[in-house]
Design a protein around this ligand. Structure first.
Ligand SMILES: [Mg+2]
Length: 424
């Protein structure tokens, strides 16, 4: 079997005005949809970053993959390395919140973008679900958590009508957001994206969630936007309300000190983003839970390896998410299903995406009882809806956004806004 066609389609979909440590989401999120077709008629799908530098590498790789054997992933990695070496991508704004878009991750994220599609193609040609190529399923359903955000009611100068979620700034509004998200998806744990408003207020929102959902494990993620002192002070206020404390303060040293001072389990998708940082984190005991993300950890098989490393070193495993559609969701779900030591419900932005903006046949995937069901059909079990793909590609062409920049977007609301970390 040889690869005869590679297609990379950049897309843009509506993204709500969600607040975070850097600023606020722009009106559109960017992704790329990848198709790999073999000479015997199978098509494998992938979804990855759609920022300009990531797209440039994906575009440059397309012609280099023609004629490759989709089972030879070592060959794929060598080709990716040589193309990335020629490109030397610039670093990106927004890379802190989306570690995969950082220049140092160019090889692992470009490799991952195509590895998922290669694995989907392999699995389809063998008539097996993709999870069977990752060691086999440990579970049929993968749990995800409700991912709450502080948000405005609508974007400034919005190019489209406001979303149906409304404003969420107060304790009552955050509890209402959680209630709707749980009613619609059955989530059994809750994460609050923080680092955006006054820390005491964000902790008060966790207290309100605790009161409203007493049996639901809770997490807070200030994206490294709290100083060590603030993170310790908030830990005292939080007491034992949290399942884990995600990236409250920046840096491996800061997280190490915070754990020493509070004893709280710390999770990260910011200070452990590759195997070198993993090694240093183990030396410092900086984090106790690693939030994996195949988009920048070097694909599904390296994510399995990461989970094994976590097992060896006694660390917990869960999963990080950026704005994404169904192909990424199913890739995340398949690798999570193949991870014996998946200790916590995974993160996903998926409920924030609009129902009319999915690129797969049948529309948005259902999350039931807080979980995604793993298909028994071949590969990821997804087929592209080419009308929808075309629509979202047109939106990419017309939206004017080419790289994520939450700081620039926030300046439209607050002209003196700057990137400061930690801000509190
Ligand atoms: Mg995080």
């Amino acid at each position: 079997m040889k690869i005869k066609r590679v297609t990379v389609t950049p897309i843009a979909f509506r993204d709500p005005p969600l607040l975070n440590a850097s600023g606020i989401h722009e009106p559109y999120a960017l992704r790329s949809i990848i198709e790999i077709e073999s000479d015997n008629g199978y098509i494998g799908l992938g979804e990855s970053y759609g920022d300009a530098p990531a797209l440039a590498i994906q575009e440059a790789l397309k012609s280099e993959l023609i004629g490759l054997d989709p089972f030879n992933l070592n060959h794929l990695r060598e080709v990716v390395k040589s193309v990335v070496a020629k490109h030397r991508p610039a670093s990106l704004a927004g890379a802190e919140l989306a570690p995969g878009s950082h220049a140092s991750k160019a090889v692992s994220n470009a490799y991952s973008a195509f590895e998922v599609a290669f694995l989907d193609l392999q699995a389809r040609s063998l008539n097996l679900p993709l999870v069977d190529l990752l060691g086999g399923r440990c579970r049929d359903e993968v749990p995800f958590s409700a991912y709450l955000f502080f948000k405005y009611a609508q974007h400034i100068d919005s190019p489209y009508a406001p979303d149906s979620w409304g404003e969420a700034l107060s304790e009552a509004q955050i509890v209402a957001q959680a209630k709707r998200m749980i009613d619609e998806n059955g989530f059994q744990s809750i994460k609050l994206k923080a680092g955006a408003l006054d820390p005491e207020h964000e902790v008060a929102c966790i207290k309100a969630l605790k009161k409203a959902f007493p049996d639901c494990p809770l997490r807070i993620d200030p994206n490294g936007n709290w100083s060590l002192e603030t993170a310790i002070r908030m830990a005292e206020l939080l007491g034992d309300d949290l399942q884990y404390y995600e990236d409250p303060t920046p840096g491996l040293d800061g997280m190490s000190e915070l754990h020493k001072r509070t004893g709280l389990p710390l999770a990260t998708n910011m200070v452990v983003t590759d195997f070198d940082e993993f090694r240093r984190s183990v030396e410092l005991n900086s984090v106790q839970i690693v939030l994996a993300d195949h988009h920048y950890w070097g694909g599904l098989r390296d994510t399995v390896a990461l989970a094994k490393m976590c097992d060896v070193w006694g660390l917990g495993v869960s999963m990080h998410s950026n704005s994404h559609l169904a192909i990424s969701l199913m890739a995340m779900a398949h690798v999570a299903a193949a991870t014996p030591n998946l200790d916590y419900a995974c993160d996903t932005h998926y409920p924030w995406q609009e129902p009319d903006e999915e690129v797969i046949k049948g529309g948005k995937l259902k999350i039931v009882n807080g979980a995604v069901q793993i298909n028994k059909t071949p590969g990821l079990g997804l087929e592209l809806d080419y009308d929808q793909l075309g629509k979202l590609h047109e939106q990419f062409l017309s939206c004017g956004i080419r790289s994520r920049d939450d700081v620039k977007q926030m300046r439209k609301y607050k002209p003196d806004w700057t990137q400061v970390k930690p801000r509190f």
